[in-house]
Write a protein that binds this ligand. Structure first.
Ligand code: ZN
Length: 85
């Protein structure tokens, strides 16, 4: 079962990928998610990861090291999935 990243605030608990959350699905607040841990990240819903990467502004990406997974994911052409996550 997918582990969704969820929003905080008004939409707390809503997966950022836009999927309807099933009662048995796990959700972790995006801001608390240990996304820099590759093993943990492997359990997360791919659509949520994509939405997370898409949420970065170009300036934010520019501030990341070149080998940061978010930067690499953002620079990868979307038709060049899967295997990215
Ligand atoms: Zn999701």
């Amino acid at each position: 079962m997918p582990l969704h990243l969820t929003m905080t605030g008004v939409y707390a608990g809503t997966p950022i990928c836009g999927a309807a959350r099933e009662p048995h699905d796990e959700g972790v607040h995006m801001i608390y998610a240990p996304l820099d841990n590759p093993e943990w990240r492997a359990k997360v819903c791919p659509d949520c990861l994509k939405a997370y990467v898409d949420s970065f502004e170009p300036e934010e990406l520019a501030g990341l090291p070149d080998d940061h997974w978010v930067k690499q994911a953002a620079m990868k052409p979307s038709d060049e999935q899967p295997g990215l996550f």
